[in-house]
Ligand binder design. Structure first.
Ligand code: ADP
Length: 401
């Protein structure tokens, strides 16, 4: 007897940035991507659409003055190269929204009130929420018959206890300006937490994990019983680990010093800390592959950059081990976490006293998920992240699927 096969629920996942829009049609149950695409240089004279279906890439230049035009260019790419969106039976459009502020602790169906609330917290993410909203509005026009769901990068971290989310800043000032630690990369941490628990053979709500999301942006999260209890990013993504172009943790007095002594204005300091520091500032490239090549070639700046990067990671692993008490696994994900064996090796070297013991051969073997030794009390895992699949799942869950 054949069991009835459930019909696939596809979600169009949209990640709208200020000058780019990424999209993907995802099967929410399997994670399979039917098509992926990227529209770049929104707002510039000539934009670029890259649309991939299966093994076929289709690229072309188009005029994309704004997000509405980008959405039209995306629809055109689907019409021309497939898949036919009417034929794949889309269940929803899922939107990545960077900042949900204090309001949103989970994904929601987008209504005019939700749009207003996202706009209201835009001051907390002025570079991200406005383009996210522009993407939502453009999608609402183009796909007026589909439910639109917002999935917040901060939502997973709303389980952080007050003692982890609160800065020891003047309470009235903090309250008046909604200053607290919100974290980011929540969608990735949530996906990876569940995937890591699956790999460990334990229920997600039992998993105690230290997750290291190391992409261009980077954050560490302490997960206790499946919930985020601390994360390294704060009010904004500037806090925490060393990143491609961001300082991560730094004495805030550096800002006063640069303003008073070097005469820099606040925008210049913002640019230095967010765009010209991190690996780029120390080694001249924000790409870890270049830094590793520099180390191999004997470049001292590259060597120091790698050491600073890994040392910061070790400090967070130590801190989060203290926060969690019992750690089931340290989990590496995103571009650097998934691909850089040297970063993993350098970060975990000598942490046997914390119960962490890396298997050097497994660490170098691409595609291996568990890279700790058989004796390691704490497992070390490499788990590829998949934020689009998580957004698709969240969208379906919001619709009661
Ligand atoms: P984003 O945060 O933009 O989504 P990714 O998660 O894709 O970034 O990570 C991008 C970064 O991953 C690159 O800038 C590079 O530093 C790093 N990376 C990618 N492949 C490798 C590799 N094979 N070895 C070391 N680092 C890598």
């Amino acid at each position: 007897m054949n069991a009835a096969r459930p019909t696939a629920q596809h979600v169009l996942v949209i990640n709208a940035g200020s000058s780019s829009l990424k999209y993907q049609v995802v099967d929410a149950s399997s994670g399979a991507a039917l098509a992926t695409g990227l529209i770049e240089r929104i707002g510039e004279k000539t934009g670029q659409v890259s649309h991939t279906v299966g093994d076929c890439d289709h690229e072309r230049e188009v005029d994309v003055p704004d997000h509405a035009a980008a959405m039209a260019a995306m629809s055109e790419a689907f019409s021309e190269h497939g898949p036919d969106l009417a034929g794949v039976n889309l269940a929803a459009v899922g939107h990545r929204v960077v900042q949900g502020g204090p309001e949103f602790s989970e994904s929601v169906l987008i209504t005019p009130e939700v749009e207003a609330a996202i706009e209201d917290v835009s001051d907390l993410a002025p570079l991200h929420n406005p383009p996210n909203l522009a993407g939502i509005r453009a999608a609402r026009e183009t796909f007026s018959d589909l439910p639109q769901v917002a999935v917040f990068d901060t939502a997973f971290h709303r389980t952080m206890p007050a003692h982890a989310a609160t800065y020891a800043l003047d309470r009235e000032v903090a309250q008046a300006h909604r200053i607290r630690r919100y974290g980011a990369h929540g969608t990735s941490h949530q996906y990876v937490a569940r995937a890591a628990a699956h790999e460990l053979g334990i229920a997600p709500e039992q998993a105690n994990l230290i997750i290291l999301h190391l992409g261009n942006g980077a954050s560490a999260t302490a997960v206790a019983n499946g919930n985020s209890v601390d994360t390294s990013m704060g009010l904004t993504p500037l806090e925490g680990l060393v990143m491609g172009t961001r300082t991560g943790d730094i004495d805030p007095a550096v800002v006063f010093h640069l303003a008073r002594t070097a005469g820099m204005d606040i925008d210049a300091i913002d640019t230095i800390m967010n765009r010209r520091s991190g690996l780029l500032g120390l080694a001249g490239s924000n790409d870890m592959r270049d830094v590793e090549a520099g180390v191999d070639a004997g470049d001292e700046n590259a060597r120091l950059a790698l050491e600073v990067y890994c040392y910061r990671l070790r400090k967070y692993i130590g801190a989060y081990t203290a926060v969690l008490g019992r750690v089931d696994a340290v989990v590496f994900t995103a571009g650097i976490g998934e691909n850089s064996a040297p970063v993993r090796a350098r970060t975990l070297a000598g942490l046997e006293s914390l119960g962490i013991s890396l298997d050097p051969v497994a660490n170098e073997t691409r595609g291996t998920v568990r890279i700790s030794t058989a004796e390691s009390r704490v497992a070390v895992l490499v788990v590829p992240t998949n934020e689009e699949w998580e957004i698709a799942r969240e969208a379906v869950a919001v619709l009661g699927g």
